[in-house]
Structure formats: C-alpha cells, structure tokens
Design a protein around this ligand. Sequence first.
Ligand code: CP3
Length: 351
Amino acid sequence: MRAGKPAGKFLQTLAGTRFPTPPIWLMRQAGRYLPEYRAVRSTTKSFLDFCYTPDKAIEVTLQPIRRFGFDAAIIFSDILVVPDALGQKVWFEEGEGPKLEALTDAAQFGRLSRARIADRLAPVYEAIRGTRAALPGETALLGFAGAPFTLACYMIEGSGSKDFAKVKQWAYAHPESFGLLIDLLVEAVVDHLAYQVEAGVDAVQLFDSWAGVLPEEQLFRWSLDPMVRIAKGLRERHPAIPVIAFPRAVGPAALMYRRPDTFAALSIDTGIGAHWAARELQPHICLQGNLDPIMLVAGGEAMDREATRILDKLGHGPFVFNLGHGVVPQTPPDHVARLVEVVRRWKPGTP
Ligand code: CP3
C-alpha cells in the first residue's frame, strides 16, 4: 500500500471493504477504440518500440482514466514483452497480431535468459513510475503479465492459433521438457511482476487467456499450479501485493482457482454465468467481470439490461465490474461512458 495516500475504491474492494456500487475498470481499456490512442500510436511504427517509449506508454495509460474516470489504470504494455526480454524474437505485424520465432526444440530453451529482464524492460518500469506520479491518488495502478501457459502458447505456436495443436502436443507428449519451459516462465514472470511492484503498481493481474484450450485434467499442472507458484513467489518478495487471476474460458473448472489465500480476486470470462458464480465462487473470493465485450459494442438498452443483471447477481458481494475479455477496437467510446454511468448509478435491491 502507498504510504500516506488514500487506497481508493478498487484496492479497498480487493481488501474486503464493500461500497454501495462496485469499482470498475476494463481489460484493454487503452487501445484502438479511442481516437486519442490511435493518434499517439501512429507516431511509432513498431508496437514493441511503442510499448518501450515511456512518455507514450504513460500517455495512453492515462487516456481512458481522463475520459471515463475508471477506478484502476492498467499499465500500457503487452504480455509478449516477457518472451522478448528472455531473448526470443517477437514482432507485431500490421493487422495480423503477434509473431514470434517459434520454439521447436527444448535445446532452444538454453538461449532464453531472465538475466536481461531488468534492462530490457526498464522502459516499462519507468512508465510505471511516471504513470503512478501522474494518476490521482484514489486511482489504482495495475501491473500485469501473461501466465506461463498463455506465454508458452505464443512461444511455441509462433503466433495466435485456431487449435493450439503444437503447444498442446508438446505438453502432452513431452511434459518434462514442457515443464522446464513453464518453470523458466514462472521465474521470469515473478521477476517482471516484482520489478513492476518496485516501480509503483498497486496490484497485478495474471492473464491466462488460453487456459480454456486445455482439458480439465491438464489445467492444474499447466495453468493453475504455475499461477499459484507465481503468486507465492511474488508475495515472498512483496507480501502485501494483491494478485488477480484471469483463467479465461475454463468453465466450471474456475472452481479450482477459488483460492482466497493465493488470489485477491478471480476474473471471470463471459462464459461463466453470473448466477452460478454468485453461488459457487463469490462466497469464497472477490470476483471481477464479466460483461460480454460485444455487448459493449451493441450498447443501448441491451447493454444497460445486461450490465444491470450482472450487478444484481454479483454487486452484493465482493466485486469489481469489468468485461469478460478485452475491449474490442470497434467499440464506440460513448458506450463505455454509458456503462460507467450504469455501474455508478446502480441501486442494490434484494439479491
Ligand atoms: O489497456 C490495457 O489493457 C493495457 C494493455 C494491454 C495490451 N495487451 C495492449 C495491446 C494488455 C493488458 C495486453 C494483454 C495481452 N496481450 C493479452 C492478454 C489479454 C487478452 O486479450 O487475452 C494477450 C493474449 C496479448 C497478446 C497480443 N497483443 C495480441 C494477441 C495482440 C494483437 C491483437 C490486437 O488487438 O491487435 C496484441 C497487440 C496489442 N496489445 C494491442 C494493444 C492495444 C493492439 C496493437 C496496436 O495498437 O497496434
């Protein structure tokens, strides 16, 4: 906790305080749906160079806070800065998303080293210091990282994928060598998150965006266990830091992630019913979620009704309003402003 500054609604909610309406922020709240983001983004060709330019990263982190007054900012960066800092070649192709020089053999792990993280990612930590200094005291600053399985997906597939056949085949046929990569990523992510905390973030979120491609029997070993090891490793270095887990699309296996001693909150995706979550998850752990990002594109009364339904189900317990996944580029900014209003004007009735 920051000495002398008010903790704000978001951090107090993670710590167990209840407010009449929940705090709100949105995954991917900075990005192409905002004209002011596109204006700054257009000044740098390479996406990674953009992430590594502190002034620009600070500016686009602050843009959605200025426009919508969210309760938390998330530092502008990407999950793929970790493979980049480890020494894997990473680049972004216009309109195609991320590309990596794919790992094809465990012998290549030797070329990856976490010794370079502090240096290579120094601009990210500088951006965190600058953002924290510029943010209102009551607005929390979130750090983040990709969870090891999701990072391994990109590192082995070499891009996004429809079926994740390469990474899954590797994990199933050669669990020992896949486990070595996961172990390396656990250590790298703990380092990266610890440096983010040292630079001033108030909480961190672990994105396991592709956890849902694994069968339930494989989730413990490749998704949950590495995330638990990261949370514990980070808290050995920074005991008070809240860790939010986002294991996307795992369905009822979300029950496994219901670990209040390890995670301060569990972020649920759109596939999880708010009614089920209120009964099975929320009595044990603070939840975050889970409006469909396409509902935010649709807007209007449909969005108002759905946001209110989620609030009626989850707003009575420990809860942070968010989407079930990130804001998409075609989202009208007016719909985001309207959503913030709906959440802040919600009146709790009987659950
Ligand atoms: O506002 C925020 O949420 C902070 C910034 C942020 C970005 N990426 C910026 C970004 C965060 C938290 C991420 C996380 C991220 N990156 C995830 C996990 C969350 C999720 O969406 O599941 C993943 C899987 C990635 C990998 C990644 N980065 C992809 C697949 C893409 C291309 C897809 C796209 O939208 O183009 C990126 C690029 C990227 N990261 C952009 C932004 C704003 C768009 C690129 C641009 O502006 O040119």
